[in-house]
Design a protein around this ligand. Structure first.
Ligand code: FMN
Length: 256
């Protein structure tokens, strides 16, 4: 198998920045040139990104030169207030989400960090199967309501309408994987991107429960083998506007 990281010796100036930044000691310096070991690369691309000479390339990827944009270009006060102002959206207009916005949301997920750079998160846009998926979920929850209502008072009050799960939203993305943390981080990145595009988001824990319970649902959404549904993002243009930031519990922070 060819090596995942290639060093152009003509361009390498032996600065060792790549060696120092490699999390797995995959690179080393010899005769004032960077070299790679046989194993241990996780293809995180830090060597590619840090090289001042453009001497590193990644064999398994398209090496398109793209300039970096620092998060410091975002105003931190505005960002914090926007994060505090974010609300879960449960009422959506019927306006479809533009393809370009969907692309940006998925791209945000793709660039979320993953442990060991596993990049092991999958995304399923329900599309033509959205209605069918919702039907399965609604039927499951109605059965649950029937069983649970004699024991749990509030269950009696809940109206499980035909659009109880997706709230009439035009876009549903199921986020799945083998690693819950990786998939959750990807979802959080996606949510922030969606919000910045003027969209509203509802994380559906209810859908996750249904996916656990129903093999039919897992089949319908073509859940890859060995993966579990970690979360489901219901996305659309908000049909509700919030007027103020809500209070929160005090931070639980300790300095030790
Ligand atoms: C993992 C996760 C699952 C959630 N599942 C649901 C859900 O199934 N239905 C729902 O109405 N809200 C769901 N929510 C939204 C939470 O209820 C909401 O985040 C919380 O009440 C705080 O409101 P806020 O997001 O507007 O600050 C979920 C949120 C998260 C993070």
């Amino acid at each position: 198998m060819s090596k995942p990281i290639l060093i152009d010796e003509k361009k390498c100036i032996g600065c060792s920045l790549c060696v120092k930044d490699c999390p797995n000691s995959y690179l080393y310096l010899e005769n004032k040139k960077a070299h790679t070991h046989e194993t241990g690369c996780i293809e995180c691309g830090h060597c590619y990104a840090v090289c001042p000479q453009g001497a590193v390339s990644m064999a398994n990827y398209d090496n398109k030169e793209e300039p970096v944009v620092s998060m410091t270009e975002l105003d931190s006060d505005t960002l914090l207030q926007a994060m505090r102002s974010r609300r879960t959206i449960r009422h959506f207009t019927k306006q479809p989400v533009e393809k370009e916005k969907l692309r940006k949301i998925l791209e945000a997920g793709r660039y979320a960090p993953t442990g060991g750079n596993a990049q092991n998160v999958s995304y399923t846009v329900l599309g033509s199967r959205q209605k069918q998926a919702e039907k399965i979920c609604v039927s499951l929850f109605r059965k649950g309501q029937e069983l649970g209502s004699p024991f749990i008072d509030f269950l009696k009050r809940v109206k499980i309408t035909d659009d109880f799960f997706f709230k009439g939203a035009p876009l549903v993305i199921v986020v799945s994987g083998k690693n819950k943390v990786n998939a959750s981080l990807a979802a959080a990145y996606m949510e922030i991107m969606a919000e910045s595009l003027g969209l509203g988001v509802l994380y559906s824990g209810f859908f996750t429960v249904c996916a656990k319970l129903s093999r039919r649902l897992r089949r319908l959404i073509k859940l890859p083998k060995g993966e579990e549904v970690v979360t489901c993002l219901i996305i659309g243009y908000p049909a509700v506007k919030y007027q103020r930031i809500v209070p929160r519990k005090a931070l639980k922070v300790k300095k030790i």
